[in-house]
Design a protein around this ligand. Structure first.
Ligand code: GLN
Length: 190
């Protein structure tokens, strides 16, 4: 399976490595014709306002939304999760969103950059805890009936799935542990 990683901003290389370890062929996507050539897609973290603007400017926003709506598997981390949410809670909006996953998220809900933290998560489908890195992470404040919570931290969902879509408020690509990417690749291939 060929997985595209949006290459406009964020920790693109780390996602490519993790997806490779998870057994997929990963490639950077910056143009609509590159998007058309992949079977699944990853939206990395970064700054959601910037990534949204770039998606729009690079004419990827609408084609990506259409691909996902017609079933292409999508995984978004942190800012990527924000861009997937149908609703944004609080004062900080995220314009140019895909708005494909039924949930409400609040940007920067865990405080400022200095408040970034790590936690060991129990993840549905994994035998051992997963060390998760949170960096100015969004909080998931509501999930729709079709959204499954795969992991929580302090009673708040941090890894969620809705059909062919998965999103996490943490960065699984930063710890050299590819098990979350493996979950995504398995989900995308099933
Ligand atoms: N705080 C960022 C935002 O709101 C997300 C941070 C991240 O992706 N690590 O867009």
């Amino acid at each position: 399976m060929k997985v595209g990683v949006l290459g406009l901003q964020g920790d693109v290389r780390e996602h490519l490595i993790a997806l490779g370890s998870a057994g997929s062929t990963a490639t950077i996507v910056k143009r609509p014709d590159e998007l058309a050539s992949v079977d699944a897609f990853v939206l990395p973290g970064g700054e959601s306002t910037t990534i949204g603007k770039l998606l729009d400017r690079f004419e990827l926003l609408q084609p990506l939304r259409e691909r996902v709506r017609s079933g292409m598997p999508l995984y978004g981390t942190c800012a990527g999760m924000i861009l997937m949410a149908t609703d944004i809670a609080g004062r900080e909006d995220a314009p140019h969103r895909l708005g494909v996953m039924d949930m409400a998220v609040r940007r920067n809900a865990y405080g400022r950059q200095v408040d970034s933290f790590e936690a060991d998560l129990t993840v549905a489908g994994l035998d051992e805890p997963f060390r998760a890195v949170f960096i100015r992470a969004p909080a998931v404040e509501r999930v729709g009936d079709d959204v499954e919570v795969l992991a929580s931290c302090d009673d708040q969902p941090v890894l969620v799935r809705q059909g062919h879509m998965m999103a996490s408020s943490f960065h699984p690509e930063m710890t050299g542990d590819a098990r979350i990417h493996e979950l995504f690749v398995a989900m995308a291939g099933s």
